[in-house]
Write a protein that binds this ligand. Structure first.
Ligand code: HEM
Length: 415
């Protein structure tokens, strides 16, 4: 039960509601600046929204902040009533989180599998090249539908060993999961109920897939995991974790690539520099993760395990905490001239991939994909121009990106 608190600051409340309002999706940044005036702001529903860089980082590294959704009574009640897969490690605390994460990491990155992501580079470049080759003869494309979506989906399917022809099925599931983390759709309990329904369907599918990989292992991540005797995971833990990778691989990088192309078209000098300075793409992608991050809000999933004093406010035990990562990454107390897009920025410790023990598992993959994607688009499209600015946005305020990004151009250079 949340402790009664007095003297709490609630001035951020109306601002946060406006951030969630779709009418402000194209440019939420002035609202984030307003929100940061109260870096730890109590909302009318008793939850807390945190928007200062220093405060967000403190909470992401604080063991008194839980990601285990069973600490949120409405979610716990739904989970007890249902039979879906257990929560993935993104919604668990240590020790289970650390155990499952390190098992999954064994075949994804260093020290055990240092080449897994880098080894995909030639294949990723091939996919990028083929997608841009298909623009030839056209004068206008939708960067979202024709490029930013198919690229990461193809990569995550090949990486995991998921048949590409099943894509329409899990596209639907993955969108449904994402809708359940959208704080503007229904109550916490309704969202969890829907999340569990989808997780059940996704779990059945993942189980068939794992069985198939056991019978006939291939050269993919799932096969490596299911045939490794050193992996000590319960089947449900593996199914949940694999489902999370599939969903994360579907719904995040698409927005970074689309936000990236939009930002480059708004900053033609940077776009032009990329054509002559290919190495600039590394700093460009880091700056995009700060300036236009796909994950804007980590909302309504974390909770306080004890009273936490922060920025002159006490977040009481039991309170739900939302972290406005995108506001933190534009905090002038941390980043000089934060509203300027500057790919040469040094010391760019943005919050685009989070921080602490839940730091994005797929960051090396997402970085490489986006670097290749934007580098090749910049190099090959002749005189690209935005058709609409701002473009139409997807509804989700937490996972933000354009629904479509129509771009016109005068030709496509050879690969
Ligand atoms: C541009 C693309 C991406 C962005 C912006 C992004 C962002 C994030 C953020 C902010 C978190 C922290 C969540 C939290 O603290 O609650 C996170 C966690 C995570 N991400 Fe990503 N992500 C991206 C791509 C990917 C990809 C491609 C994968 C899968 C291969 C992935 C898998 C995960 C997983 C499994 C976690 C949970 C890690 C944990 O709880 O230990 N992400 N991501």
């Amino acid at each position: 039960m949340a402790k009664e608190v007095t003297g709490e600051v609630t001035t951020g409340a109306g601002v946060y509601e406006r951030i969630l309002d779709h009418a402000n999706r194209a440019d939420p940044y002035p609202l984030y600046a307003e929100l940061r005036k109260t870096p730890v702001a109590r909302q009318a529903d008793g939850s807390y929204v945190v928007s200062g860089y220093r405060e967000i980082v403190a909470l992401l590294h604080d063991p008194r902040v839980s990601s285990d959704v069973r600490n949120i009574p409405e979610i716990a009640a739904e989970q007890e009533a249902g039979t879906a897969l257990p929560s993935s490690f993104i919604r668990l605390d240590p020790p289970d989180h650390d155990r499952i994460r390190s098992m999954m990491m064994r075949h994804f990155g260093p020290p055990h599998s240092p080449g897994r992501v880098d080894g995909l580079e030639p294949r990723m470049l091939r996919i990028v090249t083929d997608l841009i080759d298909a623009f030839a003869g056209k004068s206008r494309v939708d960067i979202v539908e024709d490029f930013a979506y198919p690229l990461p989906v193809t990569v995550i399917c090949e990486l995991l060993g998921v048949p590409r022809q099943d894509e329409p099925r899990f596209h639907r599931w993955s969108q449904a999961i994402i809708e359940t983390i959208d704080p503007t759709t229904g109550t916490v309990a309704e969202r969890e109920r829907r999340n569990m329904e989808v997780r059940t369907e996704l779990g059945t599918y993942m189980k068939e897939l794992v069985d198939a990989h056991r019978r006939q292992p291939g050269d993919d991540l799932l096969s490596a995991i299911v045939t490794d005797p050193a992996i000590d995971l319960r089947l449900e833990e593996l199914l949940s974790a694999a489902a999370t990778l599939l969903v994360a691989g579907h719904e995040t990088t698409v927005n970074l690539i689309a936000n990236g192309m939009l930002t480059l078209l708004r900053n033609p000098r940077v776009l032009d520099r990329l054509r002559h300075e290919p190495d600039l793409v590394v700093g460009t992608v880091e700056e995009l993760l700060r300036f236009e991050p796909p994950v804007q809000l980590l909302s309504l999933r974390r909770s306080a395990l004890a009273d936490i004093d922060l920025a002159g406010t006490t977040i009481p035990k039991g309170a739900i905490i939302s972290l406005a990562l995108a506001a933190g990454s534009r905090d002038p107390a941390r980043f000089p001239d934060p509203d300027r897009f500057d790919p040469d920025r040094q010391d760019n410790q943005h919050l685009g991939f989070g921080s602490g023990i839940h730091y994005c598992f797929g960051a090396p993959l997402a970085r490489l994909e986006t670097q290749l994607a934007l580098g090749e688009l910049a190099r090959r499209l002749v005189n690209p121009r935005l058709v609409a600015d701002p473009p139409p946005y997807r509804p989700n305020p937490g996972l933000r990106g354009p629904r479509h990004l129509h771009v016109e151009f005068d030709g496509v250079l050879p690969a």
